[in-house]
Design a protein around this ligand. Structure first.
Ligand code: KG4
Ligand code: ZN
Length: 337
């Protein structure tokens, strides 16, 4: 069975072809970073318009790379939410149109399910159950995952997402958008113990996160340093900020594993591409007898292979040709059970 995956929830227009629920035949991502960089973040209306321009060329390119035609596609899996509604509607309406005209069944899946299952596209998949840490630009959440379709929320951010904190700190430092890759690069030349930024722990046993205080602490540090005429050591600020984020994510992920009697942690989402986070969580997990499974680097940030995978399990039983289906901006899996 060949599935076409489509993703357009934020600023990446992506398509992928997945064979037999496991083999990625092609994965194409058109990133809009250049369009949004000058604004320091994603501008929703510009993003929707870019998706309209990109969706058809991206799907065509994906089919070309795999060397197949639409006639060989057995099903479509598309991101239904959460995300920017105007952006989601482009991918979702495109999928619906193809589904209706070609009579190909389609299935809408949750973007977060895509992230937390992306680990199965790599060489080091976990077994169910496991704890999944999904840290991206829009979300920072911990789940207990018991099957391909059962995700129980056990912790989440109360304010900013971890990726959002990277992006905001990069903006404060004039480093452009997105912040994660540039901060992690500069951090490797900095001293992570130079500045003691706060770690929000939110009380014993809490698996929630808060990153807005950390962002304010970085802003205050920049302000105080420059006010006194001193020069700002940007690598040290990056390394110390990154370490504060990494410390909290590691602590909470390990705590979530212990509290939920799991001995495996999956690390997924754009922030999971951070080399320091991957290293520290692996090291600490090993010390505590917990195996850590980071998503493959190429599937950490938004892509459609993870979306196709999230719909592949039992696809025919779940899919339909459904002209009345719609997108959603808030994820139903982000509610406490
Ligand atoms: O998963 P993703 O592509 O989009 C959302 O679903 O939000 O994640 C994008 C986020 C951005 O905030 C970006 O700064 C962050 O992931 N990111 C990183 C790194 N690479 C991307 N954060 C920290 N370190 C990185 N190396
Ligand atoms: Zn994402």
């Amino acid at each position: 069975m060949i599935l076409l995956g489509i993703e357009s929830s934020c600023d990446e227009t992506a398509a992928a072809l997945l064979a037999n629920g496991r083999n990625v035949l092609a994965s194409v991502i058109n990133s809009q970073i250049d369009v949004h960089a000058r604004y320091g973040g994603v501008v929703p209306e510009l993003a929707s318009r870019q998706h309209v321009r990109n969706i058809l060329p991206v799907v065509r390119e994906t089919l070309d790379q795999a060397g197949i035609t639409l006639d060989q596609v057995d099903g479509i899996v598309v991101t239904q939410g959460p995300g920017l509604v105007g952006c989601l509607l482009v991918g979702f309406s495109f999928a619906k149109a193809v589904s209706l005209v070609r009579r190909i069944p389609m299935l809408g899946v949750d973007h977060l399910a895509g992230h937390l299952l992306s680990v199965f596209l790599g060489d080091d998949p976990p077994e169910f159950p496991f704890v999944a840490m999904v840290a991206s630009g829009g979300h920072t959440s911990l789940f207990k995952v018991t099957s391909h379709t059962q995700f129980q929320l056990v912790g989440r951010t109360r304010d900013d997402a971890a990726g959002e904190a990277f992006d905001k700190v990069a903006k404060l430092l004039g480093l452009g958008y997105p912040g994660g890759p540039v901060i992690s690069r500069l951090a490797s030349d900095g001293d992570c113990e130079k500045i003691q930024f706060p770690r929000a722990r939110l009380g014993p046993g809490s698996l929630d996160f808060s990153f807005s205080g950390l962002k304010t602490a970085v802003a205050n540090h920049i302000h105080k340093t420059t006010e006194h005429g001193e020069s700002l050591n940007i690598p040290d600020v990056c390394a110390s900020f990154q370490e504060a984020v990494v410390d909290v994510i590691c602590e909470k992920s390990l705590e979530a594993a212990r509290m939920n009697q799991c001995d495996q942690i999956v690390l997924a989402g754009g922030v999971a591409a951070n080399p320091r986070l991957r290293l520290r969580l692996k090291e600490q997990g090993t010390q505590q007898g917990i195996s850590v499974h980071p998503a493959p680097l190429s599937y950490c940030t938004d892509n459609a292979a993870m979306i196709a995978y999230a719909g592949a399990n039992n696809f025919l039983a779940r899919a339909a040709i459904a002209p009345e289906s719609d997108v959603y901006s808030r994820s139903p899996i982000l509610t406490w059970s």
